[in-house]
Design a protein around this ligand. Structure first.
Ligand code: AMP
Length: 432
């Protein structure tokens, strides 16, 4: 099937061609005709499948065919995270570039409410929102939802994980009952299934890859480490052997993210942190720098990274085995996208046994164990290098001129002095 077989407008076809898309992805080929026929859709799909285009493209066409410059928004797209909402809005701009009469507002927390209100007052066709800020503006009387004809709920399972279901229920109760609902989720646990049953009427169900499958283009490896404090040395070992173009490094705890980032900077790796405790502008700046290839590594939490689409990411590292087996699937799905090959490494300590068993059960196979010759760290902290050794390490590190490494002036003074040169183990990894 080709895009031109889908009965899309000339403007969309041009935009899609300019985006370099040769043919619709399976979810697009199935969802677009159903949406055009005004059917509800239940899409079981992860990010990376082209699901954003699957709902934005027919939405743009439907809106463009109606009244131009509506006073009240006619479509609402709900997303669990600000980054994902921003990404959807970028898609909207990309596919809607030849439908410039359509307008959109990005309604997310952490950014100026005044700007969003001004935008809303001008009249928009599409709201792309996270639940909290949407409700906030609604309660202030700044948003009218009475004319919403198309509702998209994206990443419903993540909405549940983030505790947004009550907000979601409230928002849906504010919408007209006569509407088209498009419901997307990577997984379908019981409560999500119930919600889908409640909101959807005779939906077209589209499953593009089983929810528990891991991306076929990702080579996955487990790497045993005797103790958490050996993770940094092991990470470096793998990093040195791999051709890491760009990578996500996932940590389970927010507090570890900054520490891991500091460690990496001490090794002159260009990296930034991404987690929910950061200010929105810091989060956006980190993500933009990563997307622009100004930094090589993003050290992040599950919540912040969920659904982010970064082209051509070569690697994913799980600094920690995720507590939740489904998060493993989402994490490694950040690489191996759009047909590219990716590699995923998971650092495993003995106490991860149960979490790992759950992952193996979910994905239906055992992940290969990578033997790292001579790299198994000992439980005892390594001996402190002498002053002379430290100086040698310092000189050696300064001489290295890896393309991804930061110039020395980018390293914070505190990192230089905190004993994290050479093979020293950062202090936070010695806690356990
Ligand atoms: P998504 O699943 O919406 O996050 O999309 C994943 C990536 O696939 C995005 O970078 C899109 O630009 C890209 N994409 C979407 N549709 C197509 C298509 N038909 N052909 C090639 N790439 C696509």
């Amino acid at each position: 099937m080709e895009f031109k077989d889908l009965g899309l407008s000339e403007g969309i076809l041009r935009a899609v061609e300019e985006a370099g898309y040769k043919e619709p992805t399976p979810i697009q080929a199935q969802a677009i005709p159903a949406i055009q026929m005004c059917r509800d859709v239940l899409g079981l799909a992860q990010t990376g499948t082209g699901k954003t285009a699957a709902f934005t493209i027919p939405m743009i066409d439907a809106l463009a065919g109606g009244r131009a410059k509506a006073r009240m928004p006619r479509s609402l797209i709900l997303s669990p995270t600000r980054e994902l909402a921003a990404q959807i809005s970028e898609n909207f701009v990309k596919y809607g570039k030849y439908h410039s009469q359509l307008s959109m507002a990005l309604i997310v927390g952490g950014t100026s409410m005044d700007d969003q209100i001004r935008n809303l007052e001008r009249g928009v066709d599409v709201l792309i929102a996270t639940p909290g800020r949407l409700l906030d503006l609604f309660e202030r009387g700044k948003i009218l939802l009475a004319d919403i004809k198309i509702l998209v709920i994206d990443e419903a399972d993540r909405m549940m994980d983030m505790g947004f279901i009550p907000d979601l229920e409230r928002i849906v109760s504010l919408l007209p009952p006569m509407r088209q609902t498009l419901f997307f989720s990577a997984t379908m646990p019981g409560p999500i299934k119930k919600l889908a049953d409640k909101y959807l009427s005779n939906p077209k169900t589209i499953t593009v890859s089983p929810p528990s499958s891991t991306a076929v283009n990702v080579e996955q490896y487990l790497v045993n480490v005797n103790h958490s404090r050996g993770k940094s040395a092991m990470f470096m070992k793998i990093y040195e052997q791999e051709d890491v173009k760009n990578a996500f490094v996932f940590c389970n705890r927010k507090r570890d993210i900054d520490e891991v980032c500091r460690f990496m900077k001490s090794k002159r790796l260009s990296c930034a942190a991404l987690h929910g405790d950061m200010e929105q502008d810091e989060r956006t700046a980190a993500l933009n720098r990563f997307k622009a290839a100004e930094i090589q590594i993003l050290v992040c939490s599950d919540v912040a990274a969920r659904g982010l689409d970064v082209q051509g990411m070569s690697h994913v590292f799980n600094w920690d085995v995720p507590f939740n087996a489904e998060d493993y699937v989402h994490r490694i799905g950040r690489t191996g996208r759009a047909g590219a090959k990716g590699r995923a490494f998971t650092l495993v300590v003995p106490s991860d046994e149960k979490a790992l068993a759950n992952i193996h059960k979910l994905i239906g196979k055992k992940i290969d164990l990578l033997e790292m010759a001579g790299a198994t760290p000992t439980e005892a902290p390594p001996p402190q290098p002498s002053v002379q050794q430290k100086a040698r390490h310092h000189n050696r590190d300064q001489k290295q001129n890896h393309r991804h490494r930061l110039p020395p002036q980018d390293i914070e003074e505190s990192d230089v002095n905190n004993g994290s040169f050479g093979d020293d183990i950062p202090s936070f990894l010695q806690k356990k």
